[in-house]
Design a protein around this ligand. Structure first.
Ligand code: LLP
Length: 386
């Protein structure tokens, strides 16, 4: 055992693999329930895209959360994990017909619609199926969250959502259609957001919009503000649970909900990010001309975030307590971006040492690929390794 890692159990497992601390996951879920539970009408959906490992999904479903899906595959995964369809929301800028049909067949809670063209298709397919689809419009609030450009989604230039200006037209259009029913508004401004002012800005935007809709006598049953709450990648041990208290309080304070209106959230990273680590083995230590490399058996195929977004993940040598060395920690993939960290200060490495790449529970295992014909990494929970 080193820190909270059962290294003795790890020694029998083939690397690389994801390890999930389910005790931390359960504590995180309990905190979300406690903090969201303080406010009337707050409902949390888990954004399946962050991690769809069935063992993780089961634990999340048990906590009572709904599911936020962005594909037919995610709807299937959530139903398989026991999420009830009336707690499933389905977003996505390009929904295929089979995916819409699946949502209709399962009678999901709501389709988050991203264009008028999509609304027409949902109406047509619902008519064929003899159903009425519940719809919310995803509005592009044109707010830039202070996060990485690739994960900002609420700007006018992004492909997501319907422009604020087209909002009323979209709602009026839905009223003309027989097989869709307008229920709510959906927003999502980006991911890994640490500054509560960004969420406050969203609240102000929604307040403006609601005032406008009220003047047009349009009633909105629910508001869905998406996800986006960030985690502390620098300090996974010190801050294992994100600031849910501040997060929900920001919405409670700044968003003017109308009587009876429900507020939905779609949290991904903040739910599962800190409970997961990618465990990998040092294959070789190589002294290059300018640098020392720790070459590990995990690559960007197992965890693409550093290569794709230059994301920081804390790296620990969990086999060795000795003095510290400086390494570029790199994988075996034939790409020069296959680097987990440059000049990382970690306990000195030798062949066979286990390395934990921390805060990898969200957008880790699920984004793994088989490039270079690699095997997909396994995922183990702390419960099954006892
Ligand atoms: N709702 C919508 C509509 C979304 O697009 C997303 C994430 C979420 C909810 C969940 O956001 P979260 O609570 O996890 O921030 N692969 C990137 C992150 C992409 C996020 C995409 N949308 C990464 O590894 O950082």
């Amino acid at each position: 055992m080193k820190g909270h890692f059962p290294t003795d159990k790890f020694s029998t497992l083939a690397t690389p693999f994801y390890y999930y601390d389910t005790d931390l996951l359960r504590r995180t879920l309990a905190e979300i329930n406690a903090e969201a539970g303080k406010y009337n009408g707050f409902t949390v959906h888990y954004a399946i895209k962050a991690n769809a490992n069935p063992k993780i999904l089961n634990i999340i479903r048990e906590s009572g959360m709904g599911a936020d899906c962005v594909s037919g595959g995610e709807i299937e995964a959530s139903i398989k994990a026991g999420f009830s369809p009336e707690k499933i929301v389905f977003a996505g800028v390009g929904k295929s017909d089979w995916e819409i049909n699946l949502g209709l067949e399962k009678d999901i809670f709501c389709f988050n619609v991203e264009s008028i063209a999509e609304l027409d298709v949902i109406n047509e397919l619902a008519q064929k199926a003899g159903k009425t689809a519940m719809v919310a419009f995803r509005i592009n609030p044109d707010i830039g969250a202070h996060t990485h450009a690739n994960i900002t989604t609420g700007l006018a230039e992004n492909k997501f959502g319907i422009a604020m200006a087209d909002m009323e037209t979209a709602i009026r259009h839905s009223e003309q259609l027989n097989n869709v029913q307008f229920k709510g508004l959906h927003f999502h401004i980006g991911s890994q957001i640490m500054d509560m002012n960004d969420f406050m800005a969203l609240c102000n935007r929604i307040n403006e919009l609601q005032d406008r809709l009220e003047k047009s006598h349009i009633w909105v049953e629910h508001i869905n503000v998406g996800g986006g709450l960030g985690i502390d990648y620098q300090h996974p041990n010190r801050v294992p649970i994100p600031d849910f208290k501040g997060y929900f309080a920001t919405y409670a304070k700044h968003l003017k909900l109308r009587d009876g209106q429900k507020l939905h959230f779609e949290l991904g990273r903040s739910v599962v990010g800190q409970c997961g680590s990618l465990i990998t083995k040092v294959l070789y230590v190589k002294q290059g001309t300018a640098k020392q490399f720790a070459i590990v058996d995990a690559g960007m195929t197992d965890l693409i975030r550093p290569a794709l977004y230059h994301a920081f993940h804390k790296i620990e040598n969990i086999s060795n307590d000795g003095p510290v060395g400086t390494y570029d920690v790199v994988g075996p993939i034939c790409e020069s971006s296959d680097v987990f960290a440059k000049q990382a200060e970690i306990n000195r490495c030798q062949r066979g040492d286990l390395i934990a790449i921390r805060s990898a529970g969200a957008y880790g295992e699920i984004m793994a690929s088989q490039y270079n014909c690699r095997r997909l990494p396994a995922g183990y929970t702390s419960e099954e390794l006892i």
